[in-house]
Design a protein around this ligand. Sequence first.
Ligand code: PEP
Ligand code: MG
Length: 755
Amino acid sequence: MRGALGGPRVLLRRLREVMAEPVSAQDRLDKIVVLIAANMVAEVCSVYVLRVDGTLELYATEGLNREAVHQTVLKSHEGLVGLVASEANPINLSEAQAHPAFSYRPETGEEIYHSFLGVPILRAGTTLGVLVVQNRARRTYTEEEEEALLTTSMVLAEMIASGELSALARPGAEPVARHAVHFSGTSLSDGIALGHVVLHEPRVVITNVIADDVPRELKRLEAAVATLRADLDRLVEHRDVVEGGEHRDVLEAYRMFSYDQGWLRKIREAVSTGITAEAAVERVQSDTRARMLRASDPYLRDRLHDLDDLANRLMRVLSGKDHAPSKEQLPDNAIVVARSMGPAALLDYDRKKLRGLILEEGGPTSHVSIVARALGIPAVGEIENATGLVEVGDAIIVDGTTGQVHMRPSSDVEAAYAERVRLRARRQAQYSALRDRPCRTKDGCDITLMINAGLAIDLPHIEETGAAGVGLFRTELQFLVANALPRTGEQLSLYRTVLDAAGRLPVIFRTLDIGGDKVLPYLRNIEEENRALGWRAIRLGLDRPGLLRSQVRALLRAAGGRHLRVMFPMIATVEEFDQAKSLVEIELTHLRRHGHTLPERVEIGTMVEVPSLLFQLDELLDRVDFLSVGSNDLMQFLYAADRGNTRVAGRFDPLSTPVLRALKEIADKGKVHGKPVSLCGELASQPIGALALAILGYRSMSLSPSAVGPVKALLLDLDCGKGEKEILPLLERPVGSVSVREKLESFAAAEGLQL
Ligand code: PEP
Ligand code: MG
């Protein structure tokens, strides 16, 4: 840097000394601005800190009027400083006053300065403040100077993030870093938890920003890049096993980016300004994150995400740190915060300590959400930049019921939530008291309540809830949470464990329902325009029967000497059912021939989730042993509304006349044919849905385990006959004359039923 006193390396070294001095926060800041101004031959150097109210407060200055410190407060978009903060980009001008955003505060006396260089103070992509240098003369700051100022701002970012400056702030005007923030995301798993932040991919804490030996740092960087590439090559080439459940195409993108010359050049340049390789990666990563948060183009955002992940990997190679937080470090009430996560990674955490999960990505159908629900831990997704906004150990509340997240909550928010947790626990105790009571309505109708499950971790729920069995065992979950295709032996062992846990209670195993939104990371995925309507579930099973046959064999062997119930997903025609059933018979014959112990009895049924079955019920019921309605898919197909798309999800009501008529038709036909009909979609897990189903004639339902208590409490208080009289006639009336949901609600209110 020409004209500078000693260049950036000397400045960094002096800053290191100032950071170590035992002085007050204000004195430290004052010394820092003096040092920077002197080193950069600038007449002015100022630090603005972003506050919780979104404004920027002048915290220190060399060159402007000292009286303006803590007095001058700029709005978030005010002037050039506001622009640097809102765009998270440097602004470098030889004639600042000619810029349309220029404005000045007379109390600072800055009108005499013409040149301006402002850089954002960034941490993990989040703007914490702005660092500015100014000169009277019209000069252009060199690229090197801009780089040096950005590097310097990292030291300030650490200082702000440490909370040191909070002591200088007025209440309500604290620095945004380290303060209470509240976000709304998507609810992934029900429940409320209070705890402390654990970063799934902990930021490597850089203890040494300033390099002692730049050529050595450059060498370390090159070596780490080589290791990173070799690691990625190995992962991509390894066909079956995928680390942490990451998709192969993501790894391929990482590999491509690891050769991106622009990215590598930026990191090398940052090292050349005098910082360590780790600090350089962090600087470039912070810049990438800031761009990512502001990018509206989804493609660009994805690519920036990839670059961000790649920087994490490179950082881990450089620091030699393992990426999973070690078990001993886990606090007793850990709330894990992650960009995204595979299901297996969540299962690796100590269950006794894991309380909640917060993700930047991840929808309700993501595999990790399925596992969070099975573990019964609250989870919220779609919290933008969650990992950048928290520090390890921060207090945090996750409300999976409403999708809210409170970071560093105030004491009254914390107290309110603690009260809600106590209330929920009390209600849970009331439900537990109902555990051994038979589920019989007030007027004597017996209703069988079973649970939905899919993993071994679900099995204790049978006992806990007092359920009458497992009405839907989603076998694909074992496949979804695995890193590689589960072998027949592994399937067999899971099915045996399930049957052992259930004892004399029935379990309905559903054969693999993969495809659609259930994508297996280790299999190459076929691109389909419309996956929900594509090659999935039984369609795949019948066209490529290898996987289905080995699964059926595992089921038959696991149930040797016992009663086996199997059901097929996504059957659309009776022929498909016949084909699938004959496949089971072939496997039975095969096992018999090889002398295996066969199940004492095999019952075969199907899900009713494709509307075409509504018009083949008589033929279907002649063939099956039982039916189970999949209301999640049936709803999506009846209304042609993607079940995972929030834009259309609220548009159609499962408690509307067309759906209820269809459901009633299925229950009625089941009775005529003397075949059991159950329902295992989400509808049965909502008390109002279960109420409707009981009234429609459903005498068996399969629910998520957490719903058994509330649904049972409601059914015990229900006079089913009265409900039938009030609600069923509504289904005969012309559609549109009355909302069935409202009627159900007013019926429940009049009867004192808790929805
Ligand atoms: C359904 O579609 O209602 C169902 C129970 O199956 P899944 O949610 O697994 O598709
Ligand atoms: Mg389904």
